[in-house]
Write a new protein. Sequence first.
Length: 305
Amino acid sequence: MFKKNVSVKKLEFENIIQVGKKRETAELVENFYTENPFPNYDDMETIQDLQKKIEGNAFTSNFKRFCGFGNNIIEVGSGTSQLSIALASGTNNKIVAFDPTLESLRLGLNFAEKNKIDNVTFVNGDLFSDSFIPGYFDIVWCSGVLHHTESAKEGFKLIANWARPDGYIIIGLYNLYGRLRTVFRQFLFRLLGKGKLARAIVSFLDPILRKDISKQKKLAWFQDQYEHPVESLHTLDEVLDWFDENNVEFISSIPSCDMNAVDYEDMFNGGNRGDLPTRIFSQIAMLFSSLGSEGGLFLVIGRKK
Ligand SMILES: C[S@@+](CC[C@H](N)C(=O)[O-])C[C@H]1O[C@@H](n2cnc3c(N)ncnc32)[C@H](O)[C@@H]1O
């Protein structure tokens, strides 16, 4: 699966493969996530707990069904690799959980080994080292990652190339409009000096931090949303341009481009690109839904031509 010209080595005593070199931004991000691996396994002991989480979400449950059996799948920027492990569980899919943060991968590996999931390969590296053979994967999944790199557009270009013709690419990014509520709280946090009071006010205003979740989960969320060293914002139109430039056909998005309700069971069968006003309206509408209150992440699904 790796290109011939990249360095590949297995870590001693650990089932983790290291590939290529990490660039400076990936190292910065690794240091950040080493302190607070994301997402954490705080309230998860068994594979059943993880399956419950995946089944509880309309998108991930349908994505798991779509992934089916016998596919090569990569999760780029898998963090602690919860989705990778869930996609592997009960299937013969070969999953690659790929991330520059070794500590996050270790947590995933530990969970996979404890639950006897042996069809996930944990790979430590930076996507910009472009270590995988073009066209190797049936499905490339990358959510919550490209906006933490030096160039989301360049990153997309590389990972889109790892999908085979007719293979799928799914990316999740922070939305320029949909993340406005978080951007406002980030501004407030800085304005108030990032101290205890600032933390308390922002925590009170953030719907996720008001939920009844563990202290550790709250800390990981806070760091990820308010103290991240690298973050950029993107739009549906930008992603559609990247798709066009990289031979990727638009399939669908959440929120939808044409303002219609998302049909989660039909997400992989092709949708409508809408037009500029419907796309902008759809992204503004994120602010008034859970998409906006949970950080403003939007997803776009494409198929390699
Ligand atoms: C917010 S976490 C998202 C984790 C997971 N995708 C999820 O949605 O739960 C972002 C992840 O992107 C990874 N990441 C950042 N820069 C990367 C790069 N250059 N190559 C691959 N992964 C990267 C980080 O290490 C981190 O685990």
